[in-house]
Design a protein around this ligand. Structure first.
Ligand SMILES: O=P(O)(O)OC[C@H]1O[C@](O)(COP(=O)(O)O)[C@@H](O)[C@@H]1O
Ligand SMILES: [Mg+2]
Ligand SMILES: [Mg+2]
Length: 337
């Protein structure tokens, strides 16, 4: 293998090594990568391309959409809806699922995405990204329906994200470990720069939005209090804290050097299980983290085992270094007992 093989070569070698990767899935992954390259180009142009600021609209979840949320969503749709590899798409920014238009051949796969993660960071030039998840369309022979997308994360066939930061980085799993590709801006190719990424099981770094502390449940408060107590506390070591407010950047840091990320349920909107979306954010990130030897739960159960009941379902998220995630999960389970 060349020192930095391009994405296509990596995919073909995965296929040869026994990963189930048919021609449609191969095209899908290439297409998502090239859509991310285009989104990344818009991000880099920023004010020069007039892509910053609010779009003046709201998505189905009542969140104000930024111009880039909409642009990224459109780029992903335009790139994917004609190629014969997809049956349909679902996005954080679309109310309903989008079948491939009848004028184009339909494929076997479903693509789910958070087109632009970390929207609050767009206008301040902080890392943002695109998160994606791929499922197989159930073979029921009837037209595409929203229920086709309601599969537990354990059934994903591919998942990843593209981080638009100081470098543009594509991170991917096909169920055999996690690989990272860096965009070579000189020729526009994603090349393999790291394989077999492993998250250390222990960490001294946690990520949570501390401003919500007064709204947390007791197990989360206990865990963070113990971290804050440092060397003198029950953990016997000092912890550091990081919070980018772009899940994609926080998860990338954890894949690179370990840590724990939490966006738990809180009392602000008690009817919502959490802020993050199960299908577009939690499932793909949880699979990546598990594939890198980490763990991901909603505080009580494995995220990848959750049967989704609706498209835009939310979930509490605790993911990262295995021993820390286990600890937070045990604190919840002890509280429930
Ligand atoms: O602003 P808060 O409450 O800290 O939330 C930050 C979280 O919200 C998100 O930005 C949600 O993603 P979107 O930008 O796709 O809505 C996560 O990326 C991040 O972890
Ligand atoms: Mg997001
Ligand atoms: Mg988003």
């Amino acid at each position: 293998m060349a020192q930095h093989p391009p994405l296509t070569r990596y995919l073909v070698e995965q296929q040869r090594a026994g990963v189930t990767l048919d021609a449609q899935l191969l095209r899908l992954l290439e297409t998502v990568a090239s859509a991310c390259r285009r989104i990344g180009a818009e991000v880099r142009q920023g004010a020069l391309a007039g892509v910053l600021g609010s779009a003046g609209s709201e998505n189905v979840q009542g969140e104000v959409q930024k111009k880039l949320d909409i642009i990224a969503n459109e780029v992903l749709i335009d790139a994917n809806d004609w190629g014969g590899h997809l049956a349909g798409m679902a996005s954080e920014e679309m109310d309903d699922v989008l079948p491939v238009p009848a004028t184009y051949p339909s494929g076997d796969y479903l693509l789910l995405f958070d087109p632009l993660d970390g929207s609050s960071n767009i206008d301040v030039n902080v890392s943002i990204g695109t998160i994606f998840s791929v499922l197989k369309k159930p073979a029921h022979g009837t037209p595409l329906q929203a229920a086709d997308f309601l599969q537990p994360g354990a059934r994903q066939v591919a998942a990843g994200y593209c981080l638009y930061g100081p470098q543009t980085t594509l991170v991917l799993t096909l169920g055999r470990g996690v690989a990272m590709f860096t965009l070579d801006h000189r020729d526009g190719s994603f090349v393999l720069t790291q394989e077999g990424i492993q998250i250390p099981p222990d960490t001294r770094e946690f990520a949570i939005n501390m401003s919500n502390m007064r709204h947390w449940d007791a197990p989360v408060k206990r865990y963070v209090d113990e971290c804050l107590a440092g060397k003198e506390g029950p953990r016997g070591k000092d912890f550091n804290m990081r919070w980018v407010a772009s899940m994609v950047a926080d998860v990338h840091r954890i894949l690179m050097r370990g840590g724990i990320f939490m966006y738990p349920w809180d009392r602000r909107e008690p009817a919502k299980p959490g802020k993050l979306r199960l299908l577009y954010e939690a499932n793909p990130m949880s699979w990546l983290v598990e594939q890198a030897g980490g763990a991901a739960t909603n505080g009580r159960e494995r995220i990848l085992g959750i049967q989704p009941a609706q498209l835009h379902e939310r979930v509490a998220v605790v993911l990262g270094s295995r021993h820390e995630v286990d600890r937070v999960t045990q604190y919840h389970q002890a509280g429930d007992a």
